[in-house]
Design a protein around this ligand. Structure first.
Ligand code: SF4
Length: 126
C-alpha cells in the first residue's frame, strides 16, 4: 500500500557514504499506514514507537532506531514513509519542506516534484 503512495528518494548517497546518521537518535514520525504495516509484520506498537503529542515516532534503543541492527535497517522494504523520503522533511517552525541540515550528505540528493508531493501526502496520514 505504502509503495503505491510514496515516491521515495534514491538512497544512493546513504549507500555510497555508508551512512545511517538518520537512524541515530531518530525522531521520525509514523503515519497510520506505517503503523499498520509494522504491526502486521508482528511488531508491537509500543516496542517500536513512542507517543509524541497526537502522533507516534520511532523509538530509539541505545541511541539508535529500534529497527537498526548492525548498521542496517531490518525492515528496509517496509520502512516508514518518512525514512523513504529523508532527508526531505517538513519543518513546522519554518512552515516549509526542506532538506534536513542534520543529514551530512543532503546536497547529494536529487529531489523531484514527486518526492515533495509524497511528503505532502504523508503529512495527511499522520
Ligand atoms: S526504520 Fe529503518 S530507515 Fe527508518 S530510522 Fe529506523 S532503521 Fe532507519
Amino acid at each position: 500500500m505504502i509503495d503505491m503512495l510514496v515516491y521515495p528518494l534514491n538512497g544512493e548517497p546513504c549507500l555510497r557514504n555508508s551512512c545511517s546518521r538518520c537512524c541515530h537518535e531518530t525522531g521520525m514520525l509514523l503515519t497510520k499506514l506505517d503503523i499498520n504495516v509494522l504491526v502486521k509484520l508482528g511488531y508491537r506498537l509500543k516496542e517500536f514507537a513512542v507517543r509524541s503529542g497526537q502522533n507516534w515516532r520511532l523509538r530509539n534503543l541505545n541511541g539508535v532506531c529500534f529497527f537498526l541492527k548492525e548498521n542496517r535497517c531490518k525492515i528496509y522494504k517496509f520502512r516508514p514513509f518518512g525514512c523513504r523520503l529523508y532527508p526531505l522533511v517538513y519543518d513546522p517552525n519554518e512552515g516549509k519542506i526542506k532538506l534536513d541540515e542534520f543529514c551530512p550528505h543532503r546536497m547529494e540528493f536529487k529531489v523531484q516534484k514527486e518526492n515533495v508531493n509524497s511528503l505532502l501526502l504523508m503529512l495527511k496520514y499522520l
